[in-house]
Design a protein around this ligand. Sequence first.
Ligand code: 5GP
Length: 145
Amino acid sequence: MSIDGQYDPENIFAKILRGEMPCVKVYEDEQVLAFMDIFPQAPGHVLVVPREPARNLLELTDGALQGAMLRVKRIAQAVKKALNPDGIVMTQFSGAPAGQTVFHVHFHIIPRKEGEALGAHGGGQADMAELQVQAEKIAAAIEMP
Ligand code: 5GP
């Protein structure tokens, strides 16, 4: 699917937002839901999903984008505090040719350790118990204004 197109309310993140599919939750409020990526590129890979139905960043309203970016920053700070990575990658893919696979806008927060290669995008499925432990540590470190 290219950068242009119709929002599909049956996409997997829309179902997670509606509570129709499970997720390992890290944080939620009126603007976003954040949960662990089940095919993580590194341990502690979090997805921040704005509630507004938009396929990509370009389609988000300015208000929803501002709210989402503040939360990405705060959750990335919590990832740093909880997991002590050497660096953090924050990405957003708009359109399939850019690497997007789920067409509800979301931001990746991926902790990086010196000397450890980044895993494949959409690689192997994580152990759910491990995701739960990571999510609890990150959640406990979140400080929202
Ligand atoms: P995109 O490629 O669209 O930027 O990222 C989609 C991300 O969602 C990928 O990193 C993929 O691992 C993750 N993902 C796909 N399906 C699910 C799912 O059902 N649950 C969770 N938690 N993550 C998913």
